[in-house]
Design a protein around this ligand. Structure first.
Ligand code: GUN
Length: 298
């Protein structure tokens, strides 16, 4: 098929800024009307540079939206028992509405055990098994931020996703699986592709929606994209350039895929900003629900 037009580029930065603006408005109302400052606690174990950058960005975003933030920095050799005790303290702290333990955790710590220790009503990552179960059952809960952000971006192009063929590349607990649940709840026909899948290119080529979340730079190229499809790229990997600098690239070869797709997210400036916006959103939702208030319109 011959195409002259390039894909619409979905501006995640602008859409995230709108969400953050709405969060700031609701946060201000909570503060002015009932003297509540919604608060997010982040827990960072060890000194992984990328995790430090992410946690700092989350703190700054809270401050900019008028939310409180508390950062617990703990040593890499902390015992699981001491980390569990820290989480218990945050669960019991009334000024904390959201608890986020930055992943990955050091190898000697059982990540599942730590996530399960977070109060499900404060689990703003939506990773606790109770919230995972709620998502698959269609019950109200806290929804993981990155897939929630992807769905918001998709909705700007497809207000009605009913009947669309969707493929999710990757089956992680953080993105692939909850993304599949959200697309299913939106009435898509969903295929989850993973490292053991066969005929991956053919599955992708028949899909109206393609969400790539595998962490493999530039894995998706033109012949994986159905003409006119919407492509959402969750990947972010630093790629070293010959001149010694580096740039961040996604799972999709943007320059090639945009010549075939109908709409596509860039990297950076696509899904990334939505993750933090949805984290603020979840913190505010948790703050309202804990006080018996209706969910804010965000
Ligand atoms: N590490 C990478 N992404 C995430 C995320 O969304 N939440 C947490 N807690 N850790 C992460």
């Amino acid at each position: 098929m011959y195409r002259v037009a390039e894909a619409k580029v979905i501006d995640g930065k602008a859409i995230a800024a709108e969400v953050r603006g709405r969060v700031a408005g609701v946060a201000a109302r909570l503060h002015n009307e009932i003297n509540v400052t919604a608060g997010l606690a982040t827990v960072l174990v060890g000194s992984d540079r990328a995790s430090q950058v992410y946690v700092q960005a989350k703190g700054r975003a809270c401050a900019a939206a008028g939310l409180g933030s508390f950062e617990r920095r703990l040593p890499a050799d902390i015992s699981e028992a001491v980390l569990l005790a820290e989480i218990d303290k945050l669960n019991a702290d009334d000024s904390v509405d959201g608890v986020l333990v930055q992943l990955p955790l050091p190898g000697h710590i059982d990540t599942h055990r730590i996530i399960a220790a977070i109060d499900p009503e404060k689990d703003v990552d939506g990773f606790h098994p109770v919230n995972v179960g709620r998502l698959w059952c269609g019950l109200p809960g806290l929804v993981p931020c990155t897939p929630q952000g992807c769905l918001m971006l998709l909705r700007t192009v497809h207000p009605d996703l009913s009947g669309a063929e969707a493929v999710v590349l990757g089956r992680s607990n953080l993105v692939g699986k909850p993304m599949a649940a959200l697309l299913l709840a939106a009435n898509c026909t969903v295929t989850v592709v993973h490292s053991r899948s066969r005929d991956v290119a053919a599955i992708c080529r028949r899909s109206d929606i393609l969400v790539a979340a595998v962490g493999q730079p530039h894995m998706v190229t033109t012949d994986w994209v159905k003409p006119g499809a919407t492509v959402i790229d969750v990947g972010i990997k630093p790629l070293a350039l010959p001149d010694g600098s580096s740039r961040v690239v996604g799972d999709v070869d943007f320059a090639l895929a945009r010549t075939v797709a109908g709409a596509i997210t860039p990297v950076p400036g696509g899904v990334g900003p939505m993750t933090i916006a949805c984290l603020l959103r979840n913190t505010l939702v948790a703050a309202c629900r804990r006080r018996g208030l209706p969910d804010p319109v965000l």
